[in-house]
Design a protein around this ligand. Structure first.
Ligand code: GLU
Length: 301
């Protein structure tokens, strides 16, 4: 049943995906609102929340090369929607922005970094799926994207959807759901895999690949930075519910707390403010936030 709800939200987000004029975001700065950390929040002893609040600092994995979601600025500090969501969650633990250590996570190392304890949380355009849920816990979703295709301006190969990729060099990132989808369902495409999306973008701009594929909102960020060189096909063909990854636990207490916190951010308007300050550069209409699921069965309420 939940799947239907996610589908509706995804449809709404996809329909509203209108590329705004170039946002002038070259230095990665966002106009994100200030985030105020709670003073001395109280948590039950022994919980992850109590431990993190006591430490007064935490380590968060995010992307460093994805405009609008997680893009390192000139000082190397990531900016974007994922970063804002992460800061808002940390603030509820009493952790201020300067006490967050940002760690770059690429698509393939998100589960290992959570399993190894290298990060306390991952907020990184991270699609909730069953395979990943076997080794980490997911709160959310807090946004639903859809896989799409980025082509050279003018769309020289006339690509309108994934079925047109046969025989073309399609770039995506190892360990990502879009790469897996192409490998499994569109085997006639010549999949080229790199570690990060900017490597694909560079290969596309150099003509080493014919197009690249991942979530529409990630690709939109690259369009806004290279409006004369690339364009989005604009025909999303999957649902990518973005979750917040936390280390797997039996009791799911931390994961459920993140869900409760997300719901507070939905209600007090902080989610919408963070969206408008970041992804709002390319999506004119702020969507309704998706319903969060249960940590036992992520994606299901
Ligand atoms: N959301 C997809 C995933 O988690 C693609 C974006 C990414 O690689 O971060 O695999």
């Amino acid at each position: 049943m939940m799947r239907t709800r996610v589908a509706l939200v995804a449809g709404a987000a996809a329909a509203a995906l209108v590329l705004a004029a170039c946002g002038g975001d070259e230095d990665g700065e966002t106009a994100a609102p200030d985030v105020t950390a709670e003073e001395s929040p109280e948590f039950e002893a022994g919980t992850t929340m109590a431990e993190l609040a006591e430490a007064g600092q935490m380590t968060i994995g995010t992307k460093f090369d994805q405009p609008l979601f997680g893009l390192a600025d000139l000082e190397g500090v990531p900016q974007g929607f994922d970063v804002e969501i992460a800061k808002l969650i940390a603030a509820q633990l009493g952790i201020t922005e300067d006490n967050i250590e940002w760690v770059e996570t690429v698509s393939a190392n998100r589960e290992p970094f959570l399993e190894q304890g290298r990060v306390d949380m991952v907020v990184a355009t991270y699609t909730i799926n069953e395979e990943r849920d076997k080794v980490v816990d997911f709160a959310g979703p807090y946004y639903v994207a859809g896989q799409d295709i980025l082509v050279p301006a003018g769309n020289p190969d006339g690509v309108e959807g994934p079925e047109d990729l046969a025989g073309l060099r399609v770039c995506s990132v190892s360990g990502s759901t879009p790469a897996e989808n192409i490998r499994t369902n569109y085997a006639e495409a010549n999949l080229v895999e790199f570690d990060a999306y900017t490597d694909c973008l560079e290969a596309l701009l150099n003509g080493q690949v014919d197009n690249m594929t991942t979530d529409n909102v990630i690709l939109s960020g690259y369009v806004s930075e290279n409006p004369d060189e690339v364009e989005l096909v604009g025909n999303p063909f999957t649902e990518e519910p973005y979750g917040i990854g936390v280390p797997e636990s039996e009791d799911k207490v931390f994961c459920e707390w993140v869900n409760d916190t997300l719901n507070e951010l939905y209600e007090d308007g902080s989610w919408a403010e963070a969206f408008e300050a970041t992804v709002g550069e390319v999506i004119e209409e702020t969507p309704e936030p998706p319903a969060t699921g249960s940590c036992e069965t992520p994606g299901a309420a």
